[in-house]
Ligand binder design. Structure first.
Ligand code: NAD
Length: 259
């Protein structure tokens, strides 16, 4: 039976998606570099290893949900291996195997050097990456563009905002409920005509920094908002002043990782 290949399936978001694939009866081949903490079924493979990625793609794969890789700023070699070579290997092995669709986990950090006062932004905003990590996310978005335009693969870039537990008022503007994210991924998998598009995965937060045009979102609409999260005793803290100016927060103010 045709399956979706889910990369990064042992990670925070990949584990959530793996559970949602199982719960909704969608056939999935889950893969990661490491085994998951929950003991779930995950095939171990390094995305930087082309032969290993090609082997995964031979398992009757009809679509890829690519969430694997470095999810933070990291030394260049780690970004190069996991996010640049790894993402290239995913797209190229997909093309060679005749896979028709890729859902790619990008990030709001591709806009991270914009000022907070410039918000809200939409997908037409100039890209201003705040880290080598964000540059690698743009490499993946550009691979999506290339593999759609040249090879006809249907591609969705999902610019995920903050899908982890919020720690400050800043995070409330960026928050993405994981179920909202999963529904967006499934909307991308199920759309008859996905084409090529870029959508922010962000919940319906008051003062959200990123907005989607309704026509771009495949009928997907966030059902949650950070307003429903229980505030800690004393309320949500203000962000530290040094991370409050640029949209990328700590990513934007940190120097080179290797200095
Ligand atoms: N969590 C967020 O809020 C957020 C925000 C923006 C973008 N994203 C993107 O979403 C994706 C998932 O993020 P996450 O928060 O679950 O991160 P995570 O670090 O929890 O998961 C990433 C997974 O990728 C795996 N991986 C790393 N290098 C690999 C390699 N060479 N081969 C195979 N697997 C490898 C890791 O083992 C890990 O399980 C990432 O691409 C990240 O950039 C996440």
């Amino acid at each position: 039976m045709p399956k979706t290949l889910l990369t990064g399936a042992s990670g925070r978001l990949g584990s959530y998606l793996r559970e949602r694939f199982a719960a909704t009866g969608r056939p999935v081949l889950a893969t990661d570099l490491v085994a998951p903490d929950d003991g779930g079924e995950v095939v171990l493979a390094d995305l930087a290893d082309r032969a290993a990625v090609e082997a995964l793609m031979q398992s009757d794969i009809e679509a890829v949900v690519h969430f694997g890789g470095m999810a933070n700023e990291a030394p260049w070699q780690a970004i190069l291996d996991a996010n640049i070579a790894g993402t290239y290997n995913v797209f190229e092995a997909a093309r060679q195997a005749g896979v028709k669709r890729v859902i790619y986990a990008s990030s709001y950090h591709v806009l991270g050097m914009h000022k907070v006062s410039d918000a809200p932004l939409d997908r037409h905003a100039e890209v201003r990456p705040d880290s080598l990590y964000a540059v690698s996310k743009l490499f993946g978005e550009n691979l999506s563009r290339l593999y759609h335009d040249k090879f006809g693969i249907q591609c969705l870039n999902v610019r995920i905002c903050a899908a982890n537990n919020p720690g400050s008022q800043r995070d409330l503007k960026l928050w993405c409920d994981r179920e909202d994210l999963a529904r967006l991924v499934f909307a991308g998998l199920d759309a008859r005509e996905l084409g090529y598009r870029t959508v922010f995965a962000i919940s319906g937060n008051a003062g959200a920094w990123y907005v989607n045009e309704p026509g771009q979102t495949l009928g997907w609409k966030a059902e949650h908002s950070s307003g429903e999260l229980p505030a800690p005793a004393g309320g949500w803290p203000e962000p530290k002043p040094e991370v409050a100016v640029l949209q990328g927060g700590g990513f934007a103010v940190r120097g080179h990782f290797e200095d």
